[in-house]
Design a protein. Structure first.
Length: 191
């Protein structure tokens, strides 16, 4: 199969082929109210300085999502990572609603150390971020944040380092599909 992306929507192709994708469960607070929403167009962009990026789309009416509006207005947000035990709570917060998504997901908003946005207390890993830059990319806005504080559940650590085998991370597939990081493969890279 082959086609020109200018003639057909790429959403289903991108979200179905670029898998699994990590999930940024982004929490903000600001003029749009306290907000918590998942984004699977997300990843690490830089190590020094530490930069994460997620790319929210627009609302159906073409307006900005509350997450982006709050991040722009306050200059901060928190990226909470999702473990398997938080899957249903995360999906509940994907709803377009005027309700508090922390309440919808049944999770606890806890104060952050360096930014005004709350963290998800139950999240095994959280990155407090200051807004670094936004970049309009057509239907999405790349939202880059500089990590200013890192939080990890002690249960995920071995000798003071992250142990990915202890982190049952949830990944996004296409449509309503999700996966975990339980299946693993080790391949040595050449020097």
């Amino acid at each position: 199969m082959e086609f020109d992306p200018e003639t057909e929507s790429m959403y289903r192709w991108l979200s179905g082929a670029v898998v699994p994708r990590p999930i940024a469960w982004v929490s903000t607070d600001g003029p749009a109210g306290r907000n918590l929403a998942p984004y699977s167009f997300f990843n690490v962009m830089c190590v020094a300085p530490p930069i994460l990026a997620f790319a929210p789309g627009k609302q159906r009416d073409g307006s900005q999502k509350d997450t982006l509006r709050n991040a722009r207005e306050t200059g901060s947000f928190v990226v909470n990572l999702v473990s398997m035990d938080l899957a249903e709570a995360m999906v509940a917060t994907a709803a377009t609603t005027d309700e508090d998504e922390f309440d919808l997901g049944g999770v606890t908003a806890t104060p952050s150390s360096e930014v005004d946005a709350p963290r998800v207390a139950e999240a095994p890993v959280s990155f407090e971020c200051r807004l670094h830059e936004t970049l309009e990319l057509g239907s999405n806005t790349a939202t880059l944040g500089r990590v200013v504080r890192f939080h990890a559940d002690e249960a995920l650590l071995t000798e003071g380092k992250m142990n990915t085998e202890k982190f049952d991370a949830l990944g996004r597939l296409a449509a309503d599909g999700y996966c975990t990081t339980r299946d693993r493969l080790t391949l040595e890279r050449p020097d």
